[in-house]
Design a protein around this ligand. Structure first.
Ligand code: 9MR
Length: 769
């Protein structure tokens, strides 16, 4: 039966709440909301779950199950999880039930993990053959409640029978997510470089400038000044002041900024702030490797795990993966072969491997390395061999290239073999045929895997990344360089022959994301650029200069990402040595792109390098910011101008805690940091035996679209900076991915190369080749 899900939650409620404007108790009756999803079974059976091998049948518009003869009521359950309640609050449960004989069932509402002092509601209900409707009210305990609760219909203990449930409704005031945003003085909690910029943001409704002081751990005043009122910040809705303490340049430990009663989290002033972040952000890729056991001696003991997807049960493995089942959008495409696509990196919190996203991530690691060959301000030796925790350490090859090679070799395996239809094209992705739940180690994934139809985008990604690799391995491993260049030119030609084979949204329903992209002009530009830079050959040069994107504005405030890669072409054309005739113009376009970003950043009260054109934060906004920092950092490499170095460091301040939530989005860095990111195997919040994501993992971050059920329910109406919660279920705001960590790795490496930040004080000579 159809019932509209109704909501009366005030828009921007979350913002009001966090500003301390809690509605006065008794002022108005609390809003009522339907808390269940699909209680009428009009949309199949999800997200209801059953146990005891019961298969839900919704063909009558009810949820019917054949209950087996089990001893305990909880031996056979139909339930729904992810329910959040307010404490000491009344809720109402209504449901209709029938059975094929009279039985007693038990509706129960309780914490999903059994914690919190027992059930909030447990009743025994007699159910007959005619459908009857029952209503119960219950009041939740007056204590802090777990955020994940469950409604269960415990059906066991009554012999075998058939039960049908319908029109299940659980109403009451919606859970209010009130994040603990910590001190009103928002700082980079990891710290500042002694000679770098030092800015903070104070959330305060004061209209006059306020006195601030920088204090040592013992309370000695090290510096002082006054704040600058900046009005209401649109990205957070908060009234804010700016605060600049750049004039303090001495190294210090555990200092705080104090404004009135508010004292910031402690932080350091130290030239080493970004040294570990560079290697931690890069090490993320090793623990995300597929097809190999993760060695605890390399990764840290808690990250040791068996190899995933190598064909050892229960994995079905990536050794001989067939093509996906035919679907109407495939236009008759199928394949008669299987491919060994072992290896590579898992994309994110899932076990999928997607060429377009692997492509940009691999490229950013290669680019972080290539930058050290051409830029003026680099710490020579920081990215050579024996600098990262990877098993290939001490093999004479820079470790970051070893890591990138792990995924590059996987990408090569995704290319359609010679003699087969679409030879030279690249399969878009490989992933499970159905979604799996959390937690789940890669080695425990029991689902079958499938190769998805080749796409022009994936093919051009391989062409671009393999071409980049070909120049970087030319002296280190000439035969690998040859193999890469061969794969790249083959792919580029195949993409030219099939320029419009697009991965559609429809191919992201089951078991993996779509990575849909139907505009590949940018991928053509990128592949042509990398092939030109590697070979210097005239036809590729012509493809670069003939591309409409070559003259276009490719740097937008939204930031480049896996689906929009023209900026990658432009950045490399500007920085990698070549004889490109209009190279000076290309370089100027990067600087102009950076200038716009810096101008926009100056208007942002939290220093973020991100002012999205529609005012809404995108999925993975933290990476959008970091990718904008790549553009700004490249302008620094091209000009040596201090303003760009300052801008990048200020952008990192936002990610490390100078934001309205007072949250460092990088695991292990700062006082309060994200550590419950959405992942099937760094899933400690679901299984204490599992680790959190490793140090140096960046969360996707605030996402105005809050598509997952947890952020969707808790953060409704959020202004951009509030659209985040550090909950493992909140996949739209709190996932981890290789392409987000690759942006972090690139920027962290740039920041580490700045040493004590002297380049932020005095512009250096322009030395880039
Ligand atoms: O990062 C991707 C984002 O840009 C897209 O908007 C979103 C929806 O298509 O998908 C994101 O990618 C996810 C992928 O589809 C599956 N693995 C996890 C990725 C990060 O959430």
């Amino acid at each position: 039966m159809v019932r509209t899900r109704w909501r009366t939650v005030a828009p921007f409620l979350v913002v009001l709440m966090s500003a301390g404007a809690l509605p006065a108790v008794g002022a108005a009756p609390p809003e009522q909301e339907e808390l269940l999803i699909n209680g009428t079974f009009d949309a199949g059976s999800k997200p209801w779950w059953t146990n005891a091998g019961m298969t839900p049948d919704v063909s009558t518009g009810e949820l019917c199950v054949d209950v087996p003869d089990v001893a305990d009521p909880w031996g056979a359950i139909a339930g729904q999880n992810d329910l959040a309640f307010r404490p000491a609050t009344e809720y109402t449960l209504t449901f209709t039930a029938r059975a094929d004989r009279e039985v007693t069932i038990r509706p129960v509402v309780q914490p999903t993990d059994g914690s919190g002092g027992g059930a909030y509601l447990t009743r025994s209900t007699t159910v007959g053959t005619a459908a009857t409707t029952t209503t119960y009210t219950f009041v939740t305990p007056d204590q802090e409640l777990p955020v994940n609760n469950t409604l269960q219909f415990q059906l066991g203990g009554a012999g075998a029978y058939t039960a049908c449930l319908d029109d299940i409704s659980l109403t009451g005031p919606p859970y209010q997510h009130v994040p603990d945003t910590g001190p009103a003085v928002k700082v980079n909690q990891a710290g500042y470089l002694p000679r770098g910029p030092k800015a903070a943001t104070v959330v305060t409704s004061a209209t006059e400038p306020q006195k601030w002081s920088l204090q040592s751990a013992a309370g000695t005043v090290l510096g002082q000044g006054t704040t600058t009122p900046r009005g209401t910040d649109p990205s957070s809705g908060e009234p804010v002041h700016g605060l600049d303490f750049s004039s303090y340049t001495k190294p210090a430990r555990d200092v705080r900024l104090v404004v009135g009663d508010a004292s910031s989290h402690p932080f350091d002033i130290d030239a080493d702030i970004y040294q570990d972040l560079r290697s931690d952000a890069m090490r993320f890729f090793y623990t995300n490797r597929s097809g190999t056991a993760i060695d605890g001696a390399v990764a840290g003991p808690e990250y040791a795990r068996p190899a995933g997807h190598v064909g050892v049960a229960p994995n079905q493995g990536d050794r001989a993966v067939p093509c996906q089942e035919p679907a109407p959008w495939m236009d008759g495409w199928t394949c008669d072969y299987t491919l060994d696509v072992t290896g590579g990196w898992y994309d994110a919190g899932d076990h999928g491997k997607y060429v377009v996203n692997g492509g940009i991530a691999t490229h950013q690691l290669l680019s972080a390395y290539e930058r050290t060959l051409h830029a003026a301000v680099v710490d020579d030796g920081a990215l050579t061999d024996s600098t990262l925790n990877v098993p290939e350490r001490d093999n004479g090859v820079p470790d970051i290239l070893d890591e990138a090679r792990w995924n590059l070799e996987f990408m090569l395996k995704m290319q359609v073999p010679e003699g087969k239809p679409l030879a030279g094209m690249v399969h878009h992705k490989v992933h499970d045929v159905e979604w799996t739940g959390l937690p789940l180690l890669p080695s425990a994934d029991p689902k079958a895997r499938a190769l998805h139809r080749p796409s022009t985008a994936a093919t051009l990604n391989l062409a671009a990344v393999a071409a980049t690799g070909a120049r970087l391995w030319r002296d280190l491993d000439p035969s690998f360089a040859d193999e890469l260049l061969d794969a790249s030119t083959t792919a580029y030609a195949a993409a030219g022959a099939h320029p419009a084979l697009f991965a559609p949204r429809a191919d992201g329903e089951s078991g993996g994301g779509p990575y849909a992209d139907s505009d590949v002009e940018d991928e053509f530009y990128w592949a042509a650029a990398e092939l030109y830079l590697t070979t210097g050959s005239a036809p590729y040069q012509r493809d670069v200069t003939d591309s409409p994107l070559h003259q276009a504005e490719v740097f937008s405030p939204d930031g480049f990402y896996w689906g929009s890669v023209a900026a990658l072409a432009r950045l490399d054309l500007a920085t990698v040595p070549s004889r490109l005739p209009d190279r000076d113009r290309v370089r100027r376009s990067v600087v102009a792109g950076a200038d716009l970003l810096v101008t926009l950043q100056e208007r942002e009260a939290f220093g973020q390098t991100y002012t999205p054109s529609d005012g809404r934060y995108a999925w993975g906004s933290n990476s959008s910011m970091l990718n904008n920092q790549v553009v700004i950092a490249t302008a620094f490499d091209l000009t040596g101008h201090k303003k760009y170095a300052r801008s990048v460091l200020e952008g990192l301040d936002y990610l490390l805690g100078r934001n309205v939530l007072g949250m460092s989005y990088i695991t292990g860095y700062g006082t309060v940091y994200a550590h419950n990111q959405h992942s099937r195997w760094y899933a400690q919040s679901l299984d204490p035996a599992l680790p959190t994501p490793p140090r140096g993992t960046v969360a996707g971050g605030p996402n105005s679209s809050i598509q997952d059920p947890v952020s969707g329910a808790w953060l409704e109406g959020c202004l951009p900076q509030w659209c985040y919660v550090d909950d493992i279920r909140a996949w739209a705001v709190n996932e981890i991915t290789i392409n987000w960590n690759s942006s972090l790795a690139w920027v962290a490496s740039f920041a580490a190369d700045l040493g004590d930040g002297s380049a932020c004080r005095k512009s250096g000579p322009h030395k880039q080749r």
